[in-house]
Design a protein around this ligand. Structure first.
Ligand code: PLP
Length: 378
């Protein structure tokens, strides 16, 4: 917000805050939306979404994860965010606990609070790739645990869960009735030799307790179209649809038509976008790790770097002594015109998040400014 205000005042701000691709929605997807308007597909749709789109989503899941969902097990929503909120409201109530590995995406704990549940935050270790440790999970399970939220590839760390780690996690859950909400919205943004493994592929038990969350925002540059989905057990999905029916009715008919084009015609734009992200990721990774006192794990998915900056806490910029990620990001913005997100927002105050969904030229300038800024702290 403050970055936008400063930019509006004419300051030269380089923004690394964005959680969305800097690319436009591919033309064939836009055309499908325009065609939907022209041909009168502008009315209410079924609450769970048009059957053609749900069929296409079921097809993509079957192709990529080898798991078949009947159409009554898929709910199309106004973004993955609404799908998540509906599912959490369905599963959680009255102090029910939801295990959330930290660093986490900012909205998970807020959604749990909205459902009058309790977030049980479990720290992960940087040395362990920011992955949830199965033994740690076990320690935090109680009679009241309703759900576990997994996010692979992860926002903000870029970590990607290997199959073996998922196997260990699901082994711990055997015999419980814990639902796993698996947020896989970045599933096609992978780098190096990372592979996306979905809980749906781990075992029958894992697949049965999983609600898969996906959407078009990140992989097709469609954040403003507001289109995502949940796929899971029939009871959960039909209850989540009832919440949706009485809140938003359905996702936009126009966005559903556009998403159908995204899921059925591949014009290569996701791969082009991924390759551009990859180039930026490599550059930032090398640059950040070449700076004294900064360490950053190599992200294998999504489009974020999550460097540890806590070595610099206790130093002073201007007249401000910086003691944590919020003050650090404020000083970085004020002194150097570089916008980043404090790790505190993701439950990890030693870190900050840089998005690399921004052009290479700005990345180069922004990284130089970051380095100079660090040198100025005393
Ligand atoms: N899940 C994660 C991990 C995200 O980073 C985001 C967006 O930032 C979402 C879900 C929400 O995506 P959508 O735009 O589909 O609501």
């Amino acid at each position: 917000m403050r970055a936008r205000e400063l930019a509006a005042e004419g300051r030269d701000i380089i923004g690394f805050g964005a959680g969305e691709p800097d690319f436009d929605t591919p033309p064939h997807i836009c055309e499908a939306g325009i065609e939907a308007i022209r041909s009168g597909k502008t009315r209410y749709t079924p609450t769970a979404g048009i059957p053609e789109l749900r069929r296409a989503i079921a097809g993509v899941i079957a192709d990529t994860r080898g798991y078949d969902f009947s159409l009554d097990r898929i709910m199309v929503s106004s973004g993955a965010k609404q799908a998540l909120a509906n599912v959490i409201l369905t599963i959680v109530e009255d102090g029910g606990e939801v295990v959330i590995p930290a660093p986490y995406w900012v909205s998970y704990p807020e959604m749990v609070t909205l459902a009058e549940g309790r977030s049980v935050v479990v720290r992960t270790r940087e040395e362990d790739g920011f992955l949830l440790d199965a033994a740690e999970l076990e320690k935090h399970l109680t009679e009241r645990t309703r759900a576990l939220i997994l996010n692979t590839p992860s926002n903000p760390t870029g970590c990607v869960y290997p199959g073996k780690r998922l196997e260990e996690i699901f082994e711990v859950l055997k015999g419980t009735d814990v639902v796993v909400i698996s947020d896989e919205i970045y599933d096609r943004l992978l780098y190096d030799d990372a592979e996306h493994v979905s809980p749906l592929t781990i075992s029958d038990d894992a697949a049965e307790r999983t609600v898969l969350i996906g959407g078009v925002s990140k992989t097709y540059a469609m954040t403003g179209w507001r289109l995502g989905y949940a796929a899971g057990g029939k009871d959960i999905i039909s209850a989540a649809c009832r919440i949706q029916g009485h809140t938003t009715s359905s996702a936009s008919s126009i966005s559903q038509a556009a998403a159908l084009a995204a899921y059925t015609v591949d014009d290569g734009s996701t791969e082009r976008m991924r390759a551009a992200f990859d180039e930026r990721r490599r550059y930032m990774y090398e640059f950040l790790n070449s700076i004294d006192g900064i360490s950053c794990r190599k992200p294998l998915g999504a489009f974020y770097m999550f460097p540890r900056v806590s070595e610099y806490y206790g130093r002073t910029w201007g007249r401000v002594k910086v003691g944590g990620s919020s003050a650090f990001c404020e000083a970085l913005l004020d002194q150097a015109g570089v916008a980043a997100i404090p790790g505190a927002a993701f439950g990890a105050d030693e870190f900050i998040r840089f998005s690399y969904a921004t052009g290479m030229e700005d990345i180069r300038r922004g990284m130089e400014r970051f380095k100079d800024f660090l040198g100025q702290g005393s």
